[in-house]
Design a binder for this molecule. Structure first.
Ligand code: SF4
Ligand code: SF4
Length: 240
């Protein structure tokens, strides 16, 4: 049995002995007391799955704070101590939003990072394995490659949207180091985490002129992409 916790760098073709299913003795134990930040795409997919607006989702299931050094909004799942620190979505039968669970839950026990070379600006993808002593998943017999595990988690859109978010944060840090002004913080949060309200502001012309093609009410992924591009252009001076 594993007795330590560690992050270990892994390659896509490395073997990964891991499985998680209702039969493991630790089933559900990991869905509590986490510090689980949500990406804008996590929020979009979860609120769509639950059939609520972004605002209702944020109010009911998340905590919000602002990064003191950056002024960037940080939205986390609310692990309520009244419920013994459980995730708001965990039930005795497992995750009730399994099909729409956040990217970090999908990828566990792996974590993914994108690095950009200072020399030539190229990006590279890296994976690490998080071995936790309490997780019996590593004691299961199923073995696959890291690549197979990642491919099975339906993360293609997550990677695309989250890489775009990383670009946005890198741009912010480069051209706007230090905390954002309050008004910028509010605008950024609205654009990234409350696209319903952002759409209303855009549609009524209250905040900015419409730019680009019409985006239908159902196309919330495109709206989020547009919102992120808006932030990069209008708040951080990105030219493209
Ligand atoms: S969203 Fe689902 S998988 Fe993720 S911590 Fe909550 S219950 Fe667990
Ligand atoms: S095997 Fe690991 S991931 Fe699965 S329920 Fe247990 S602690 Fe959580």
């Amino acid at each position: 049995m594993m007795t330590t916790e560690a992050f270990i760098a892994v390659n896509l073709d490395d073997p990964l002995r891991f499985d998680c299913h209702p039969g493991v003795s630790c089933f559900n134990n990991c869905c509590r007391d986490l510090n689980q930040a949500l990406t804008p795409y996590d929020v979009l997919r979860l609120r769509r799955h639950l059939g609520v607006t972004s605002r209702e989702f944020l109010r009911s299931y998340t905590l919000e704070h602002t990064g003191p050094a950056t002024g960037l909004p940080i939205i986390s799942l609310h692990f309520d101590q009244v419920r013994q620190g459980l995730c708001p979505f965990v039930t005795s039968a497992g995750c009730r939003v399994y099909a729409a669970r956040p990217a970090s839950c999908r990828l566990y026990p792996l974590a993914r990072a994108v690095r950009r070379s200072r020399a030539d600006g190229r990006t590279s993808i890296h994976y690490a394995l998080f071995r936790e002593a309490h997780c019996q998943g590593f004691e299961q017999s199923r073995t696959q490659t890291v690549r197979t595990w990642v491919s099975a988690q339906d993360l293609k859109i997550d990677f695309k949207m989250n890489d775009a978010l990383m670009e946005l944060i890198a741009l912010k840090n480069r051209f706007h180091p230090g905390p954002l002004a309050i008004e910028q913080q509010q605008l950024l949060k609205l654009a990234l985490y409350d696209p319903d309200a952002f759409r209303m502001n855009v549609d009524t012309g209250a905040m900015t002129e419409w730019e680009g093609d019409a985006i239908s009410a159902e196309d919330d992924i495109r709206l989020l992409e547009w919102s992120m591009a808006w932030v990069m252009r209008k708040l951080f001076g990105h030219k493209h």
